[in-house]
Design a protein around this ligand. Structure first.
Ligand code: PMP
Length: 356
């Protein structure tokens, strides 16, 4: 028997799962992780937190993750409170809960592509119709065209990733405000990479007080270097959080996840201490790629989209043969490299020189 023989939902037939390759090579620069592992002190604190929680694992976790949400609100600042913050297993689960509450059969979500591939996948997974709008050649979003697309399609949900994956492009607040003014549904600003933004790129969090249909999503997978913990969160109006309580599974966030995330927040000076080094490495990578005569998108994230290669598969494979895994993603002819340590980026540069 194969997949087609199963009575699977018609709208899932022929779809492909999310599939960034997980290949064990010396230099892994393909899923926008933070390359710096936790320090021995942080590992010890994590282990202690797990030890303390372990004695209570016969009990369900705090269903509302109240202590963690209070601490996340404190981290975000902007006067946010526990009631305005929600958390789940990665921002992917946060996005899925948003789609479950505000999307669904007969509803639509719009995104500006190229963008994060999971937005359409989560959208169709919840039987919501995906509408693809486009970006400009430099991967920016034209506010006039964006509002026109929103007025035409009247979507229930608008996705704006800022900084955007895979292009690294951040959205000016004016574009987000224009979209908020045009949209009658929810506007989700996916800020998974917010901490990596260059100076002068403000967060959409500043818009929350005026915009009750705005949702800003964040994650501990990137700047916080906690991808394995699976902790994503959002900030929004308290009523939005109430809506998500209707669709979340009870006890979705394990005791161990909540404990680990709280330890990571306590150690944020160490964890976020890597962000400056990664930004510098990113800016150096952009400059180096340009010095090689390549086209490179400006990046506010911890990855860089570069090209253009008539046969990008060949370049990707050439790098892999040299032990460097990057990502074949985005528009044809472009490749994306996540920013690693100085040594990893030196290996990437040497490998790319070899390929080219
Ligand atoms: N949003 C964007 C734009 C991303 O690139 C990613 C991770 N690749 C996520 C959300 C999801 O990350 P996580 O589920 O680990 O929080």
């Amino acid at each position: 028997m194969n997949l087609d023989d199963l009575p699977i939902r018609d709208d899932l037939r022929g779809k492909s799962p999310y599939g960034a390759p997980q290949i064990d090579v010396p230099v892994r620069l393909n899923t926008n992780e933070n390359p710096y592992p936790p320090s021995p002190e942080l590992v010890a604190d994590l282990a202690e937190a797990v030890r303390e929680s372990a004695g209570e694992l016969n009990r369900y976790p705090d269903r509302d993750a109240t202590a963690l949400r209070a601490e996340l609100a404190g981290y975000l600042g902007h006067g946010l409170t526990t009631e305005q913050v929600w958390a789940a297993n990665g921002s992917n689960e946060v996005l899925q809960q948003i789609l479950q509450a505000f999307g669904g059969h007969g509803r639509t979500a719009i995104g500006f592509e190229p963008s994060y591939s999971m937005h359409p996948i989560i959208t169709s997974g919840t039987s919501t119709e995906w509408i693809s709008a486009s970006r400009e050649d430099d991967f920016s979003i034209d506010p006039g065209k964006a509002t026109a697309a929103i007025e035409e399609h009247q979507p229930d949900i608008v996705f704006l990733a800022s900084p955007n994956n895979p292009t690294g492009t951040a959205q000016p607040l004016e574009t987000i405000e224009a979209v908020l003014a045009a949209a009658r549904g929810m506007v989700v600003v996916d800020e998974a990479y917010a901490e990596f933004a260059r100076e002068g790129t403000p967060s959409a969090l500043t818009l929350l007080p005026e915009h009750p249909r705005l949702i800003v999503t964040r994650t501990m997978s990137k700047a916080f270097a906690m991808a394995g913990t699976r902790l994503g969160y959002l900030a929004a109006h308290p009523a939005v959080v109430e809506a998500l309580l209707l669709v979340r599974l009870p006890y979705h966030l394990s005791t161990l996840t909540q404990a680990a995330a709280r330890v990571a927040l306590r150690h944020r000076a160490e964890l976020l201490g890597t962000v400056d080094a990664l930004r510098r490495e990113r800016d150096d990578t952009v400059a180096w790629l340009r010095s090689q005569g390549l086209t490179v998108a400006d990046s506010d994230a911890n990855f860089v989209l570069f090209g253009r290669f008539p046969d990008r598969r060949k370049v990707w494979e050439g790098l892999l043969e040299r032990g460097v895994l990057i990502r074949e993603v985005g528009p044809p002819q472009w490749l994306r490299v996540s920013i690693g340590t100085g040594e990893e980026m030196a290996a990437f540069r040497a490998a790319l020189e070899g390929v080219l």
